[in-house]
Design a protein around this ligand. Structure first.
Ligand code: GLC
Length: 813
């Protein structure tokens, strides 16, 4: 024991001497405490700590070495909850306590450390007792106790599966072509993570745009930490216990997505690059000729004159307006790539105007920075300046006038040939003047803001913006795709894990380059990717310049048929997908959900076994095939009954792994007990055919309900309330099944005339009544008119066709 004490004393002394030789500083003991409504500021020996209650389940923590808290403007937080929460405050000799109905925060004074408890008195999060917050030169860090039972998720786009424990990650937007599984950092930085202990969750959003690091116990078993190279230790703590609430709160604070136009959910085809225009026309015609649905064709960098943004190559595209009009007549929209680099060419109007208007990022001596990218030496617009965003938007407006439907922002990390953008370059930062170190991670966010605003300014319709880089809050302007992936099975898995993780940090409208950007997929890989893509909100195939053709018909007749079916499946499920995106736009929850978002109380869903599948909204479990040659899949089914939407079988699970069949032509997907699933007849492109009828499959439980959102799919009228909500409910007991369909909100007049209710796994009980009247049974489903029913013995399904324009109550007994 004596030796141990000597050893510890030696270590403490050694530690102090280390401290004396470096600039590493701990916050120290409290000297004075200020309490103003909702806020406690502790002035300590080596800095100040401030805890501000934002709501009953959110507090903001700030630490400042100088003791001064500037009015820092957040790039991400646009909707902080307003209204001060009710709380109790007590101060004792050694500590201060702030408690609300959802959390208790104890600030120890000597030294200053914060511990957060849940209402049951469990510790959810704790500053590491010895270290807490540290300052080291300009670097700030927060050390937290690492609990044995703690799991971590979050940080959005990471080339990894969902679990973050035992790893360290860097947030620094990076151009990473052909990134490998585990490569870090990637294109998007979202400094938000979720900790889960004993089934309860909390979230931390670190509001700092500098290069930051998150270490979740990588090679240490004592603490986890996060920090940044510069800027403030400034974070928002969001109390759970539900992961769903934490995610929803984070997303709402950083800005909800707006509904995309329905066509943006159709299939999209890209390659670097389709040119000249005859090739673009050929691709469009192939889709129609082969009866493969498609809504969007992309123009990559070769449409421009020498890669000069906002120009057209006159030889390749002599009459863009005519081309765009012709494609429009075939039901296609065209999206162009937009790179921020403006060729430094004095004969080029955009460069001249940019220089004249002072729109480019510059060195401290006022000389505009030039970096090398596609057009060679280029200027970089300073999107942190309002005038520059408007200026840029004017050019985008011209493209919109010509008939371009959306924009694909690329190389916006900003990338300079994988080289280094100098830190000494200055940005306006809305008048504050900040260096590249602070702006780098938010450059794409501000470019996306300019892009969305331009579309809104020039059109009454919704927007499609796609971006490669981004920061927390990017969802309010843009969808995000996962960059330059590879045609490999590893990357097919990443095409699931990455959107799932991005969904935990606000981004719902996401997807990968289907088929893989770099390399050549095997025919099976391409098909499996299209199948997963059918359930991925952003659904686009893309291919690198040197890769062979990668269109859905490239791989021979057999695969063309499978690929057509996968894409048609997407068009069938569009009403359901659209509904889920509507949910994202109001709740901030993603369409593609990690299983634990829906089944948090089941610890099995936090293990790797459950990461190869996902919930598509809250009703449907999707189990894509992710490994070569697999024709079966082990699926983790949370406890309950599941109805195979493809197979028609019912699976009863006790919370276990169950093997399901998954031949190449099939992506297994299942409706939960009590779930509803809404589909329509497929079409070649959105708007080709009216949906006179929607099919609503229901797998009734004792009590279940679903709300279907509908609007015009294109304008922003829904923001003024022009939409409808239809509520479906099912109540099932031993005697009868009662199904009700009722409009809850009906401003929007939908084209849908009838619903075909498909009641799964149901016996023919002999009597079906609608609004009290006995229905006639039809022998043939196709002959079933509104107000008739049919029983399908083979599938054990009851089909009832009901009018969509009036309340309906069905009783089956
Ligand atoms: C970047 C993009 C890729 C694009 C290429 C050419 O690598 O990530 O999608 O095709 O640039 O513009």
């Amino acid at each position: 024991m004596k030796n141990f004490v000597i050893l510890i004393s030696f270590l403490v002394l050694a530690n102090l001497s280390v401290q004396a030789q470096t600039s590493l500083t701990f916050i120290g003991n409290a000297k004075t405490v200020d309490h103003t409504p909702g806020m406690v500021t502790v002035h300590a020996e080596n800095g100040s700590v401030r805890v501000e209650l934002i709501s009953k389940n959110i507090f903001r923590y700030r630490a400042s070495q100088s003791g001064v808290f500037t009015e820092a403007v957040s790039y991400a937080i646009v909707n902080p909850p307003s209204g001060k929460p009710q709380y109790n405050f007590t101060e004792e000799l050694e500590s201060i306590t702030l408690s609300t109905s959802r959390m208790k925060i104890i600030i120890a004074k000597n030294p200053v450390r914060v511990t957060v408890y849940d209402p049951q008195g469990n510790i959810m999060n704790q500053d590491e007792p010895a270290f807490g917050v540290t300052f080291d030169g300009k670097e700030v860090r927060s050390y937290k106790t690492l609990f044995d039972d703690e799991s971590f998720f979050g940080l959005g786009e990471k080339a990894h599966n969902l679990g973050r424990r035992n790893n360290q990650y860097t947030l620094w937007n990076s151009d990473t072509p052909a990134y490998k599984f585990g490569a870090d950092p990637l294109y998007v930085s979202t400094p938000f993570f979720i900790g889960v202990r004993g089934g309860s969750a909390y979230g931390i959003y670190f509001d700092n745009s500098y290069k930051s690091y998150f270490n979740f116990g990588a090679s240490n078993n004592r603490f986890y930490w996060f920090g940044a190279e510069q800027g403030e230790m400034d974070y928002y703590y969001i109390a759970g216990p539900a992961i769903r609430d934490v995610v929803s709160t984070y997303t709402t604070m950083t800005g909800l997505m707006e509904l995309p136009p329905m066509w943006a959910l159709g299939f999209q085809q890209s390659r670097w690059s389709y040119y000249p225009e005859s090739r673009v026309r050929e691709i469009a015609s192939e889709f129609r000729k082969r009866d493969i649905p498609c809504d969007v064709i992309y123009l990559d960098i070769h449409y421009m004159d020498g890669y000069r943004v906002f120009t057209w190559d006159k030889e390749r595209f002599p009459d863009p307006q005519k081309l765009l009009a012709d494609l429009k007549a075939q039901g296609f929209k065209v999206v162009t790539i937009i790179d921020p680099g403006v060729k430094a060419d004095t004969n080029y109007a955009v460069a001249r105007e940019g220089l004249a208007g002072d729109h480019f990022a510059k060195y401290p001596d006022g000389i505009p920075y030039q970096g090398e990218v596609w057009p060679s030496w280029s200027f970089f617009p300073d999107f942190t300046k309002k005038e520059t965003r408007t200026w840029w938007g004017g050019y985008l407006g011209n493209l919109l006038k010509q008939g371009i439907a959306g924009f694909w922002n690329d190389m916006n990390e900003p990338a300079v040939w994988g080289q280094v953008f100098p830190d000494i370059v200055m940005f306006n930062d809305e008048g504050k003047i900040s260096s590249h170190k602070k702006i780098h991670n938010v450059y794409a966010l501000k470019m996306a803001e300019a892009t969305k605003d331009a579309i809104y300014q020039h059109s009454n319709n919704r927007h499609l913006v796609v971006t490669r880089a981004g920061f927390s809050g990017i969802q309010r302007y843009s969808s995000v795709w996962t960059g330059d992936n590879v045609s490999s099975w590893d990357h097919l898995r990443l095409a699931l894990y990455m959107p799932l993780s991005m969904g935990l940090t606000g981004m719902s409208f996401t997807g990968s380059d289907v088929g893989g950007f770099i390399g050549t997929p095997t025919p099976d890989l391409f098909t499996r990717w299209l199948q997963l893509g059918a359930f991925t909100p952003f659904y686009r195939a893309h291919a690198e310049i040197n890769s062979p053709d990668k269109e859905p018909w490239t791989y021979g007749e057999k695969h063309e048929k499978l690929n057509r079916e996968a894409i048609k499946l997407r068009y069938r499920i569009l009403p359901h997908l659209y509904n889920e995106l509507y949910q994202s736009s109001v709740s901030g929850l993603p369409v593609m959900r990690a299983m634990f978002l829906e089944y948090q109380s089941d610890p099995e869903t936090m293990k790797e076994q459950a990461f190869d599948q996902f919930m598509f909204g809250d009703q449907v479990l999707v189990a894509p095939v992710l490994y070569e040659n697999d024709v079966k899949k082990q699926v983790y089914f949370p406890k309950g009954k599941w109805y195979g939407l493809h197979s028609g079988e019912v699976i009863t699970s006790n919370g276990e792994l169950i093997t399901v069949q998954a031949p190449l032509e099939e992506i297994p997907y299942f409706l939960k007990e009590g779930g509803f699933f809404v589909t329509r007849e497929p079409q070649q492109y959105v708007g080709e055919k009216k949906a006179d009828e929607l099919e609503v499959t229901v797998f009734p439980a004792v009590r279940s309900s679903y709300t279907l959102y509908q609007d015009d799919g294109i304008t922003r009228e829904y923001q003024k309330g022009n939409f409808s909500l239809t509520r479906f409910t099912a109540d099932y007991d031993a005697d009868a099944l009662i199904l009700n369909v009722r409009k809850e909100k009906g401003e929007f007049q939908s084209e849908v005339k009838t619903y075909l209710l498909k009641i799964a796994h149901m016996d023919d009980k002999g009597s079906v009544q609608m609004n009290g009247k006995e229905l006639v049974k039809s022998a043939i489903p196709a002959d079933t008119k509104a107000g008739m029913y049919h029983y399908d013995h083979y599938h054990r399904q009851l089909l009832i066709r009901v009018p969509a324009d009036q309340p309906v109550s069905i009783k089956i007994q």
